[in-house]
Each structure stands twice: as structure tokens, then as C-alpha cells.
Design a protein. Structure first.
Length: 402
């Protein structure tokens, strides 16, 4: 039998728990909610926020149990439905999450968070266009909800509405000028509309706000490379390597930049480093992780070193807007050969051009620059001197990329 005094004490513990919850001290908050529930097993607020505290500690399975109990006590608890939906989504159950959001919206048509997170679950299922409708509804209800613009920007980017994505990320920056992620995201979208200056500005701003943001350095380095600033690009990739020595995508970017700038030995050193790291990773398999595009080396003339370019892409990275750049080329491997008897140039064109062509397209969408370089490769007579070939290549790249 619960006494009135027990309820009052339970209420005090709930207040203590909420105070700790708001300070993000979730472990202590859970202890307070536990005491409240011991005194009053029907305290819905204690179950809801104990569940939310567990969820924020990534214990979504037990969080759902608390939300279930809250909904058993009050089937119309909108907040419990929304929170349970979010925990289900965290566990990958987007179908179940959407059912909870639907119930929440039916009970409260103005619940902004229900629209936002229903949209997020729809997007996770690949239904970006219907997700955008939910984000639109949320923004109509609350025009200052930053996360709605952020998620809508992601979905617009996923549906190739890159200008729309830029507008949404710009709104995020307007509402939250310190939002580093928004600058990086906007820079990535600007890359897809070929706004190189804007792209560099966004990555530079992100770096000024967070000097340890490896994505901003890596992406900015890629743009600098596209514009022919190989020294600046390598400096950015060096910073990434210093902050995160095992980030292979940055080492690969640096290796390729060295390669096209004529530093073949430096490129090979980077490629070798990638392979060493690949082989050290537990469970790593060259057969699974690497699919070589053979013998790019012959394109630069009579080099003994044959460079293998690897384009085995990680599907999870390919589908993530935050890591698009990381998916460009997974790694590059270097091999050495003492065979001086390279096949004739025409044979290289026939066998290797298609593979180089595929690699270059994935390295960066150069538009007209790519078309011109492709024409150059199909007609050029490969010189014995690799340096002269690289010089002609770089001149063409600089001219067209700008």
C-alpha cells in the first residue's frame, strides 16, 4: 500500500533525478529514479526518464522496458511513445519506431519530435522523399528546430537536391553558428555543385571551430588537390595523419596527391603504409577488402614500380553522406617488379585505360576536366620519361579543374 508520504518522497526523488538528467549525469539520475519507483511503482515520469537516461547511456534494450512500463500505466503517454520509438530506431527497428511515432502523432498532431524522428526512420529505410514531408511538417510547427533542417538536408542530398541541401545546412548555421557538422555537410554538398571556393571556406570554418576535425582537413585537402595546390593538400592530409595515424583514406589521398605531383617514391611509401595497416587489422583480408585495378604504373612510362590502385568500396560508407569522401578509394597497394620488358603502349591503352578511367572518376568528379583528361589518355603517346608525362597531365588538370 502506497502512502501519501511515499508519493511525496518519490516526487522529490524524481525532481532530483530530473536535475541530474538535465546536467547529463545519467548514472546518478537513474539511481534517483530507482528510489522514486521503489516508493511509488506507478510513477510514470520516473519510468520515462529512467528509460531515457538508459537510452542516452546506450542501453536501449532496458530503456524500452521502462517505456513499456510507462505505457502500461498510461497508454496515451506521447513522450513515452516518442522515446520508445527512438530507442527502437537505435536498435535498427525502424518499422516498430514508425508505429510508435504514428501513435504519438495521432494523440498529438503538434508533436514536433514525432515528425522529426518518424522522418529519420523513414530516411533510414531509404524513403527520403516521404521523410522530407515529415521534416517539412516539423519545420512548419517549429521554424527554429535545428535538427529538422539538418536531417532534411541529409535527405535532400540523398535525393540529389544538392542546392536544397546547401540551403538547409545554411539554415542550421544561421540558427547555430558553432555547428561544425553543418559546415562540413554544406561543404560536401557544395562539392557536388562544383563550388570549390565555397567548399574550401566551409571546411576552413569548420577547422577554425574544431581544429581536430579530421573530416574537414581531409575534404579540404581533396579540394586543394583538385585545384592543383598539391603542397596545401599534402599539408592537410599530414594533419589528419597526425591526429588519426590509422585513417587510411587520408593516407590514400596523400599517396595519390604525391603520385600526380610527381613524387612517386613518396606515393609508394604511403601505399605501403596502407597495406601494412590493412594486414595488421584483425580480420582484415586482402581478398575481401581489396580489389586491385592493376598496373597504373605503365601510364607514366617505363617505371619499374607497378602501382596497384584499389577500389573495393565499403557499402556502409558509400551510403553515408558524412563519409562520402572516404568511399572514394579504400586503399592503394604498391608492388615492385624487376621486369623491364613492359608491353607496348597500345597494349597499355587497351588493357589498363578502362581501369584507370574508373579510378579517376571515383577519385573526383571533374566534369569537363575529366572528359579532357580522358581524351588525353586515349590519344597520348606515352613517353619513356615519366616526368614529362606527369607534367603534361598536371597542366591539363590545373587548367580544366579551375
Amino acid at each position: 500500500m502506497i502512502t501519501e508520504q511515499d508519493r511525496i518522497k518519490a516526487h522529490e526523488y524524481v525532481k532530483q533525478g530530473l536535475a541530474k538528467f538535465n546536467k547529463k549525469d545519467y548514472v546518478v539520475a537513474i539511481k534517483a529514479f530507482n528510489k522514486a519507483i521503489e516508493l511509488d511503482p506507478k510513477n510514470i515520469t520516473a519510468y520515462v526518464y529512467r528509460g531515457r537516461s538508459k537510452a542516452l547511456l546506450r542501453n536501449n534494450w532496458n530503456a524500452i522496458k521502462d517505456y513499456n512500463k510507462a505505457l502500461e500505466l498510461d497508454p496515451n503517454s506521447v513522450i513515452a511513445l516518442v522515446y520508445r520509438g527512438r530507442s527502437k530506431a537505435r536498435r535498427g527497428d525502424h518499422r516498430g519506431a514508425i508505429k510508435d511515432y504514428n501513435r504519438a502523432i495521432k494523440l498529438d498532431v503538434n508533436r514536433v519530435s514525432a515528425f522529426i524522428y518518424r522522418g529519420r526512420s523513414k530516411a533510414k529505410q531509404g524513403n527520403h522523399r516521404t521523410a522530407i514531408k515529415d521534416y517539412n511538417r516539423a519545420i512548419k510547427l517549429d521554424a527554429n528546430r535545428v535538427i529538422a533542417y539538418k536531417f532534411r538536408g541529409h535527405s535532400k542530398a540523398a535525393t540529389s537536391d544538392h542546392q536544397g541541401a546547401i540551403e538547409d545546412y545554411s539554415k542550421v548555421v544561421e540558427l547555430d553558428p558553432m555547428n561544425v557538422e553543418a559546415f562540413v555537410n554544406r561543404g560536401m554538398s557544395r562539392a557536388l555543385v562544383i563550388d570549390r571556393d565555397g567548399e574550401i571556406q566551409d571546411y576552413t570554418k569548420a577547422i577554425s571551430l574544431d581544429p581536430n576535425n579530421i573530416l574537414a582537413y581531409e575534404f579540404r585537402g581533396a579540394v586543394k588537390r583538385d585545384l592543383g595546390d598539391y603542397t596545401g593538400a599534402i599539408k592537410d592530409f599530414d594533419v589528419v595523419n597526425k591526429l588519426h595515424p590509422k585513417r587510411l583514406s587520408a593516407i590514400n589521398h596523400r599517396g595519390f596527391t604525391k603520385f600526380i605531383s610527381g613524387d612517386i617514391n613518396g606515393a609508394i611509401d604511403d601505399y605501403k603504409q596502407i597495406i601494412i595497416n590493412k594486414k595488421r587489422r584483425r580480420g582484415s583480408s586482402d581478398e575481401e577488402m581489396l580489389e586491385a585495378l592493376r598496373q597504373i604504373g605503365p601510364f607514366v612510362g617505363g617505371l619499374k614500380e607497378t602501382i596497384q590502385a584499389v577500389n573495393r568500396m565499403n557499402k556502409s560508407i558509400l551510403t553515408s553522406p558524412i563519409h562520402r569522401e572516404e568511399a572514394v578509394v579504400d586503399s592503394i597497394e604498391a608492388e615492385f617488379t624487376d621486369d623491364d620488358d613492359f608491353a607496348p603502349n597500345q597494349k597499355y591503352k587497351k588493357i589498363h585505360f578502362t581501369k584507370f578511367d574508373e579510378l579517376y572518376k571515383r577519385l573526383r568528379n571533374q566534369g569537363e576536366a575529366y572528359d579532357e583528361i580522358r581524351k588525353m589518355f586515349t590519344t597520348i603517346k606515352f613517353p619513356d620519361d615519366p616526368k614529362s608525362f606527369l607534367i603534361s597531365w598536371r597542366k591539363n588538370l590545373h587548367k580544366k579543374a579551375k
